[in-house]
Write a protein that binds this ligand. Structure first.
Ligand SMILES: Nc1nc2c(ncn2[C@@H]2O[C@H](COP(=O)(O)OP(=O)(O)OP(=O)(O)O)[C@@H](O)[C@H]2O)c(=O)[nH]1
Ligand SMILES: [Mg+2]
Length: 297
């Protein structure tokens, strides 16, 4: 049987719904989603296999102008992904989009134009429009930009037009053997996904700067045949003053965080888990290259 297999990058601005789209396509909460921008910090690989088609998606951090070293390496992931891909999905938030020049910085438009890859524009969040006619001027502006070979309106959240998108991707990937066994959903470790789930709980429980100045490092990950798996993690913050907020009155906040994260992790691993969290202060880690390297950036 003829098989097709290709690498597809998912790029776009923060909060446009890249991770939601990946999860909807895979039917699994693989990449963390929160209402806050800049949730995704590292690439997340997700493998879709169906009959004779395999699509290897890379979800990337949202495109932004870097202010920290951390954000600079986040943008490094986007650039790297663009190089090693067969096809690029550019996710555009239909609610925020009016015209291309206002939506994307001109540098972004130029690098899209010169990247030499086929670009498919995915106009997301169409569920927010009761009158779909309001999408027409947006689609026509996107078409006028001459950047995209196709423009596909979808709702990642409501799983609207996902089949159309998959068909369009399938047309644009090469004939090839599968790269991965069709049972794999990702090639990334459980440790990575567990750290992401703890980060997700931090993003949902805390406001303002705190989620952005926090990193999670898995210290121990012990799988057990019988009984609970043991996982311990450091929550790294960049100022001593954040400790009080993270821990809360008599430890109520960190307990809540632990309980919420443990629930998510148990769901993900389908195993009972004992989770221990430690708070560590690493001053200004977001601008410390050596520290960032040790965190895997
Ligand atoms: N109404 C609506 N909301 C959506 C849709 N897709 C995503 N969202 C919401 O948009 C927010 C951001 O979604 P994410 O998937 O985390 O966005 P992202 O592009 O991965 O964001 P970063 O990782 O920060 O770059 C979440 O609150 C989602 O529920 C959609 O199709 N419709
Ligand atoms: Mg994301």
């Amino acid at each position: 049987m003829m098989t097709k297999c290709g690498f597809v990058a998912i790029i776009g601005k923060p909060n446009s719904g890249k991770s939601t789209l990946l999860n909807t396509i895979l039917g699994e909460d693989l990449s963390i989603v929160t209402p806050k921008p800049q949730t995704t910090r590292k690439n997340v690989l997700g493998i879709y296999s169906c009959e004779n088609i395999q699509i290897i998606f890379t979800d990337t951090p949202g495109i932004l102008k870097p202010r920290y070293e951390l954000q600079r390496s986040m943008m490094g992931y986007v650039a790297e992904t663009l190089e090693a891909t067969d096809l690029v999905l550019v996710i555009v938030d239909a609610e925020k989009f009016t015209e291309i020049g206002r939506y994307f910085h001109s540098e972004v438009v130029e690098s899209l134009r010169s990247c030499g890859k086929k670009l498919i524009c995915v106009l997301n969040k169409t569920d927010l429009f009761i009158d779909k006619k309001e999408l027409l001027p947006k689609i026509s502006d996107l078409a006028k930009s001459n950047l995209f070979s196709e423009i596909i309106p979808i709702s990642a959240l409501k799983a609207d037009s996902i089949t159309t998108l998959i068909e369009c991707i399938t047309k644009n990937i090469p004939e090839s053997e599968f790269h991965y066994d069709d049972e794999y959903l990702s090639n990334q470790s459980e440790r990575f996904f567990v750290a992401e789930l703890i980060r997700k709980s931090i993003f949902t429980l805390f406001e303002d700067e705190l989620p952005y100045s926090t990193e999670v490092v898995i210290i121990a990950f012990k799988e057990r045949e019988h009984g609970k798996w043991y996982i311990s993690a450091d929550i790294v913050i960049d100022k001593n003053s954040q400790k009080r907020i993270l821990i809360g009155e008599k430890g109520n906040k960190i307990r809540l965080l632990g309980a919420q994260a443990r629930e998510e992790i148990e769901k993900h691993l389908a195993k009972p888990v004992y989770l221990e969290l430690f708070v560590k202060v690493r001053n200004n880690w977001r601008n410390d290259k050596a520290m960032l390297r040790s965190f895997g950036y």
